[in-house]
Structure formats: C-alpha cells, structure tokens
Design a protein around this ligand. Structure first.
Ligand code: DGP
Length: 121
C-alpha cells in the first residue's frame, strides 16, 4: 500500500522509527501505539503519537482502522498524567499540504509547557 506522495511503507520514516531502524526518544509504547519526542520541538514538551500500522493521514482513517485513534487518545491521557502535564496541552494532527503535513504517516502532536495562542497559524 502506498501513502501520500507515492511513498511506500518501506520508505516511511515513522515506520522506520516504529521498527527501530531510525532511533527515537520513546515516551510511550503499547501493542498499537508508539510515542516519541519530536526532533524539531515547537514547545518545551513536544511528543508525536503514531499508530504502529501505516496510515498516511487523518484522511485514511476508516471503519477498519479507526480503533487505533482511540488507542492513541488513551495513550495520550496516560502519558500526560505520567508527565504531569497538569497545566494543559494541545493535540494537533496536520493533514495534507495546506496544513503542512510533512510526514505521510498519521501522527498527533502533543504540545505542552507554554501558553498557546488561538487560532493556530
Ligand atoms: P508534520 O509537519 O505535522 O507532518 O510533523 C512531522 C513532525 O515529525 C515534525 O514536527 C518533525 C518530526 N520528525 C520528522 N522526522 C523525524 C525523525 O526522524 N525523528 C523525530 N523524532 N521527529 C521527526
């Protein structure tokens, strides 16, 4: 199966992070979800939560694969409690070119540790 921009799963950098081929700073892992620190942090805490299964973006969520989205949000709650993100955090998923999605493997940014502004740019 190909992701957006014709990228195959074997070339996907987040699939390579899940497999360990590309090293990452792990925050959370279970059967279906992997989370690690973003290498270009936009806040004092910036974590990416991804499905281990390759899904290109929110546009590819469907009846067959959507349970992993619930798994991811349960994982976010667990990690936020463990990391004491008591002041709050923001969850963002960029989908497609205009939203500036740069990695075509579904991911949810969790940003925390500073005051946020709204609307986002
Ligand atoms: P987005 O622009 O929404 O597709 O976010 C992709 C994020 O992925 C971006 O904030 C930087 C991060 N990222 C890209 N490559 C790597 C990597 O190899 N390691 C880590 N830790 N983060 C990465």
């Amino acid at each position: 199966m190909n992701g957006v921009r014709g990228e195959s799963m074997s070339e996907c950098i987040f699939c390579k992070i899940v497999s360990g081929e590309i090293p990452s700073n792990m925050v959370y892992e279970d059967e279906t979800v992997y989370a690690f620190y973003d290498n270009n942090p936009q806040a004092p805490v910036h974590i990416l939560f991804i499905p281990k299964q390759h899904i290109a973006s929110t546009s590819e969520i469907n009846k067959e694969n959507s349970s992993v989205v619930a798994d991811i949000f349960e994982a976010i709650a667990v990690a936020a409690n463990e990391l004491n993100l008591d002041e709050g955090y923001r969850v963002v998923s960029n989908c497609g070119r205009q939203a500036q999605q740069s990695v075509p493997h579904l991911h949810f940014h969790v940003l925390a540790g500073r005051d946020m502004t709204w609307p986002p740019g």
